[in-house]
Design a protein around this ligand. Structure first.
Ligand code: CTP
Ligand code: MG
Length: 228
């Protein structure tokens, strides 16, 4: 059986959010955001193992959450890095023996669904890499110094989310290649696969699967949570 591992990257400081603790430890309906996220992956049978990437100072806190909220999957920890790319890489190199498929997910997307997780796993097994995507209601432009340089056709534009799924050997190779060429601040793992010239298959994401980034996002998250 091929092993599927979910890497939850939680090594960020949440600077745009501000606050006393990084946003992944803030409460949503009385429960830490990271716990909502871990519960989603713990519920999915196709996920065999979880790797939590976090600041080592928070390891004990997360271990206590896992215990008190009764999260049952096997979980290992890896240290957060200076950038998201470094955190993601630390998660990869700390995956358990026998991993074939990895999902890399932002700790601050608690509204991921079982369907999105399963769809990403299936598309990854088929195409080698996958991500959930949604269309963009706004027109997206490329700009340099606040001057528009290009307007891609809206029908070709997507917003991508996490979990992003990868063949383990390929994403490890993509990270090693990026590091060798001096790239250290990639905010997205799919980009590294695209740089290798390999395909990334998109599946249907959802508006609710947004990344909690700012203070207003906490209100939006509370609203979505209440509405169910
Ligand atoms: N992340 C990480 N290690 C980093 C930076 C980010 O593991 N060095 C994680 C965050 O914890 C989050 C996800 O990557 O789960 C998405 O990053 P982002 O929303 O940018 O979170 P932060 O970097 O914490 O926030 P900010 O950029 O506002 O400081
Ligand atoms: Mg960040």
């Amino acid at each position: 059986m091929s092993k599927t591992v979910a890497i939850i990257v939680a090594g960020g400081k949440g600077e745009r959010m501000g606050g006393d603790v990084p946003k992944q430890y803030m409460l949503l309906a009385g429960k830490p955001i990271i716990v909502h996220t871990l519960e989603k992956f713990a519920q999915v049978e196709e996920v065999d193992h979880i790797v939590v990437v976090c600041d080592p100072h928070y390891k004990l806190t997360v271990e206590e959450f896992i215990e008190s909220y009764g999260i049952k999957k096997p979980i290992t920890f890896a240290a957060g890095g200076r950038t998201r790319q470094a955190s993601s890489f630390n998660g990869l190199v700390n995956c358990p023996e026998g991993v074939e498929t990895v999902l890399i997910h932002d700790s601050v997307r608690p509204f991921v669904t079982e369907k999105i997780i399963i769809d990403v796993i299936a598309a990854t097994k088929e195409a080698g890499a996958s991500a959930p995507a949604i269309p963009s209601a706004d027109t997206i432009v490329l700009a340099e110094d606040d001057i528009i340089s290009e307007i891609p056709e809206r029908k070709n534009v997507r917003r991508i989310q996490t979990p992003q799924g990868f063949d383990y050997a390929q994403i490890l190779q993509a990270h090693e290649k990026a590091l060798a060429s001096g790239i250290t601040d990639a905010t997205d793992d799919c980009g590294l696969i695209v740089d290798l010239g390999e395909p990334v298959k998109l599946v249907q994401g959802s508006d609710e699967n947004f990344k909690i980034t700012t203070k207003q996002d906490i209100d939006k998250a509370e609203y979505i949570n209440k509405r169910g």
